[in-house]
Ligand binder design. Sequence first.
Ligand SMILES: Cc1cc2nc3c(=O)[nH]c(=O)nc-3n(C[C@H](O)[C@H](O)[C@H](O)COP(=O)(O)OP(=O)(O)OC[C@H]3O[C@@H](n4cnc5c(N)ncnc54)[C@H](O)[C@@H]3O)c2cc1C
Length: 500
Amino acid sequence: MLIDSRELTDGSSLQADICIIGGGAAGITIAREFIGTNNKVILLESGGLEFDQQIQSLYSGDNTGLPSFDIDVNRLRYFGGTTNHWAGHSRPLDPIDFEEKEWMPHSGWPITRADLETYYQRAQPVLQLGGYDYENLAKLTRATGLEALALDERRLKTAVYGQSPPTRFGIEYRNELARAANIQVYLYANVLELLPNESAVHVDYLRVASFKGPRFRVAARQFILATGGMENARLLLLSKQFTPEGLGNRNDLVGRYFMDHVLLRPGLDVSFTHPGLQLGLYHALHDVEGGKKFAIVAATEHLLRKERLANFRIHLYPTGPHYKTPIGGIFSDLDGFAGENPLEKTRNNSIAMHMVLEPVPNPDSRITLSQNKLDIFEQPKLEVKWLVEDADLTHAYRAMELIALEFGRMGLGRGYSQLFIDKTRWPKHMEAGKHHCGTTRMSKDPKTGVIDANCKVFGVDNLHIAGSSVFPTIGYANPTITIVALALRLSDHLKYTLRP
Ligand SMILES: Cc1cc2nc3c(=O)[nH]c(=O)nc-3n(C[C@H](O)[C@H](O)[C@H](O)COP(=O)(O)OP(=O)(O)OC[C@H]3O[C@@H](n4cnc5c(N)ncnc54)[C@H](O)[C@@H]3O)c2cc1C
């Protein structure tokens, strides 16, 4: 059932078994899992069914970190959330992404890739991705008749990527939720604060408001915070009753370790030695078993361990005969050749390589509440300080170098990157990936994380978190398939917790 909160009576009190805050990929996935169960579910969504600038303004804030992070274009605040404009690129995290790696401080999930495997499989139809075949490159090459690059498997690999249509959760799943008798979706319902009992170990109810409309409260047995990678932290920080530092924030971790993928578009430009190289496997979409797929080049586990690197991937985009590289510089090949680019005048084919790099978790990269700016509900806005470390720059440089070396080794061309001119500075076009992670990180220990392996907030017995804010590290893969897999896993856990 879809309900417009603006029509509620001021001061109403609502009651549910489960209350989900936020109707994006995570919140809608969980609500769908409870359709037809004995549990009464309330989903509270800040926006309506369409974009509204005034509600969107609740997402504005200050950026005090790197200028390449643009807080205003990153998220959407209406039913369906940011999936109303996501691109749909999908791939599970690699097994190594879950490990505690001695060369990467603050790494390590309390769960493994194997723990998520069945949930990744269940996420596949939710995201309309077709067959679950991320490790079966042969299937992709057979289906397309296209060849993969002959990469040295100790260094780089061709990996399969999925392309969701992309699923717009608010549109795709609206009718199903509207028809479900036990699910109530309240639109225009802005959660302002979570109110716990006096010892702050149990959430009693939520304070909710409609803009220029009624204020009401919602009580539930279980609450799930699913408002996106930045807002999850903001809502906890705003919940100060009996916990001036914010709910679940006894160890000052809420909002810290804010991460986003580092994008270099392009990171490397490879001038072909042999023009006309066929790269259709990588740059075109292919229909395989009811879904669309393409290929990327990624680091192998062997390479990451040997070089002590963060995970990375590259997309290959062939460029036309008159392509002029937007970046200048020298190039590097197997011989470590350095000099002016002699192919610049003569080459007639090249590839622009877009790199996506995993950042090292950094406690100083963080979300806080603004000291002086208030939103339309008179609550402190968000302040974002996105930082990357020197180690990230070192990882980016080495990744570029290794890719250039590999293309040289294959005799295919020579790599040319801004980082080869100056490895001490990010190229101006470095940007953030719009994947907001880490601000309520998962851990086995409350001293190093905000939630436990079941996504429950440490020290609060009925509050769980869904979304990429729970990722302690993020690999190179886009986050949404992992968000959905974790949401499915959390749903199973709650069904068990709430069993009669
Ligand atoms: C341009 C762009 C391209 C992207 N492309 C990809 C891609 O190719 N692949 C990929 O995996 N990911 C991609 N992403 C990221 C992807 O969109 C997110 O990972 C995903 O949408 C996050 O889902 P979520 O449910 O956690 O949060 P959201 O989708 O952001 O949903 C949060 C919901 O909570 C609601 N809300 C917020 N605050 C409150 C409140 N106080 N009270 C009530 N409701 C509230 C919001 O209105 C919203 O509906 C992209 C993002 C952007 C911006």
